[in-house]
Design a binder for this molecule. Sequence first.
Ligand code: SF4
Ligand code: SF4
Ligand code: SF4
Ligand code: FES
Length: 573
Amino acid sequence: MGKVSVNINGKDVTVDEGTTILEACKKINIKIPTLCNHPDLETKGNCRICIVEVEGQKIFSAACCTTVRDGMKIKTNTKRVREARKIIMELIISSHRDECLSCVRSNNCELQTLSKELNVNNVTFDKNIRPIKIDKSSPAIVRDPSKCIKCGRCVEVCHDVQGVGAIYNAFRSSDMEISLPFEAKLDDVECVYCGQCINVCPVGAIYEKDDTENVWDAIEDKNKHVIVQIAPAVRVSLGEEIGMEPGSIVTGKIVAFLRRIGFDKVFDTNFAADLTIMEEGNELLYRLKNNGTLPMMTSCSPGWIRYIEFFYPELLDHVSSCKSPQQMFGALAKSYYTQKFNIDPKDIVVVSIMPCTAKKAEAIRKEMNDSGHQDVDIVLTTRELGRMVKESRILLEELQEEEFDAPLGISTGAAAIFGSTGGVMEAALRTVYEVVTGEELENIDLYDLRGIEGFKESIVKIGELEVKVAVVNSLKNAKKILEMIKKGECDYHFVEVMCCPGGCIGGGGQPIPGNNEIKMKRIDGIYYVDKGLSIRKSHKNPAVLQVYKEYLGEPLGEKSHKLLHTHYNYKSK
Ligand code: SF4
Ligand code: SF4
Ligand code: SF4
Ligand code: FES
């Protein structure tokens, strides 16, 4: 790649050809303001807040979408630039419903931060705010167009990363709006509730439905036995949500915190992740031996399930019949656990802490009541738990670490890695290998399957079998596999699909921002947890083996089928 030399504010700098002015400035520690630009998305050039002066040009250039040319002289901090940026910011604010004191994104809002950084102390334009029509139709996502600054990030992630296209740009130029077809509500369209639009929104215009009050109420209710499960990815991201370094592992502190605020038992979704491997691994073996539908595709990610139900229902036979770990946990909590401890299932409340907005919708699916009751009652995201931590005024980071309760809190390293793309596949193969060969898998770290890339594949030798596997994250990559199957060009046996980029660590309920650099730190945390556990294979989990012995019988047995498996159906809007 060729090099070009440019001069920025009097300083010479040499960069690769094709570098943008924004990137060149970053290289010499000049921070250009941005709003529509996002490190993991394509450049759009919608907001113009990043303008700079280029010598010889009468009009400003947008730093995020202008590539440098050799000999270019750039000025980023002239009076003219500063004043123009302030005017742009004032125009944005004039059509924005600013109510920072009660806004979900206050203190983590790019508009709020930038307004201060640009020293905007006064808005000289008349206010022209859209009527307040907050869309609360979805069980997971809330839209508030009166706070939208029309940056276009949500549209791009929904179309280009997820391949869904639930929201789009309506009208042109200054009339442009982020809209839904025929002004429908979010729950009227094929939104899969992935929450990726929330994660990239710079302001409080899209956010998760808040269920924290329901949890506080349940804890206060003396007639209820309230238990909680924590998903694998939450333990490496809650710390970040409350101000610690990305990737900080706070498992034991979360347990201590949840006990302090009044939960009767603190359990671990990782227990159910091990159970999932027992069921899913055996389902794969059954399909391989009995000419079943292949590739088998994983089913733990509810946004992915909703996607295939909407867009490829004819391929639903490829999806494993296993419920997700969240739902397996709920079904067992309201059957096995209540029976074992003599609790009336009517009096138990099951709360989940998940990295995922789509889990809120999964919990209320009509199929998810095999215990005879709604298996999971309330789902909170990592961000909502972060809010409860702050509201409680308990300093979680100072708490002594505590252990999960038994038996539904005992888990292995295989379960821990469910939180990262590739983790379910690696966990499944650790078990399938030993079940098929009867031999110990010596090298259990399957590095080929790790990493944040959207599409990975590998061939794994299991005894006589050569199992061809693929791991995909984000729905655009899942679509590639589905199209291969439709064309008869797919020779994979097993495919792991995660709806969100990076897997659950990049879920729609995770801390914001969550760019790829931050996601990698969360993934490192996940594998660190795995390495530190004495048992790293699901079929060696003593609590899971005990549940089969006492209650379920065997994997894929009658009781397992009733409680831990389900079927998915075509959905239309
Ligand atoms: S979106 Fe940002 S600027 Fe607007 S009210 Fe919320 S915190 Fe304030
Ligand atoms: S939740 Fe996902 S599918 Fe729904 S609008 Fe947002 S990005 Fe699109
Ligand atoms: S909803 Fe958020 S991400 Fe979408 S255009 Fe508006 S401000 Fe941007
Ligand atoms: S950040 Fe450059 S145009 Fe929006």
